[in-house]
Design a protein around this ligand. Sequence first.
Ligand code: 13P
Ligand code: SF4
Length: 324
Amino acid sequence: MHDPSARADALYDKVRHVIPPMEWPVFRDDVAAILELKRQRDAVILAHNYQTPEIFHCVADIVGDSLALARKAMEVEAGVIVLAGVHFMAETAKLLNPGKTVLIPDTEAGCSLAESVTPADVRLMRERYPDVPVVTYVNTSAAVKAEADICCTSGNARQVVESLGSSRVIMIPDEFLAQNVAAETDVEIIAWKGHCEVHELFEASDIRELREAYPGVTVLAHPECPPEVVAEADFSGSTAAMTDYVATRKPPRVALMTECSMSDNVAVAHPDVEFVRPCNLCPHMKRITLANIREALEHDRHEVTIDPLVARRARLSVERMLAV
Ligand code: 13P
Ligand code: SF4
């Protein structure tokens, strides 16, 4: 089928469960234009699990959590990568595949965790705790990654910490992720005070209330949630691990304590699962729209560049993580 409008309409079938028919005409033209632009520009779109369903299911070529997007960015052969996600994800793609043009449709798509720490903060921690290895969460700038020994994501945090063979590790910047890892390992974790503005809003009492209102509900929580929320949940894991849990365990009724689009995106493949939606929106993820993805492809904006000296050191941190 070569007609992009017909291809767009065929894609609607996939998402009709989560996008009402009266909303589809709002997206249809942009979806058709993006399908065509990707072909003309030799571009691929990488989308994080928190992107809205019309992006995630209709125009993205590669989807996943931060770890999967990093791994798959490295393998991209097309000339242009559009990162439908937040800025640190686009930087990670550029670090791992520096020969490609990496575009982020809105440069303001940031992250409260990445904002919470600077390279000078990391250097200060090293002075305070000499000889203690530094793990930075992937939700940091390339400049912060350049100061670290190794990176981690929510999908491999514990393995990365334990891979270092040290009895103490500094984990920057997510305090809750650090505390959640500390609960699972014998390694002593020195944390930073950063928080995800989306996941810090969940409370353990939310889960208790959900269990009363929705008997039998299975609760999955992202490890950026406070430890008391994770303790109250049935399972905690990265966005990919939550997706896999639903796919393999098929709970009849599920609540994902995470960003709102996750439930919509997972629900597309599981119309038989009831999703209870106690979600919070990430304002940064939501800056990415079909309209600005289309503009990114039409006008080559906004290209992600990283100072070569910073990139060289930051890449080492990410590559060490991928080797764990
Ligand atoms: P994941 O790596 O689990 O997808 O998490 C990324 C993120 O930003 C969560 O808030
Ligand atoms: Fe950052 Fe939280 Fe948004 Fe993820 S959900 S991008 S951690 S602010």
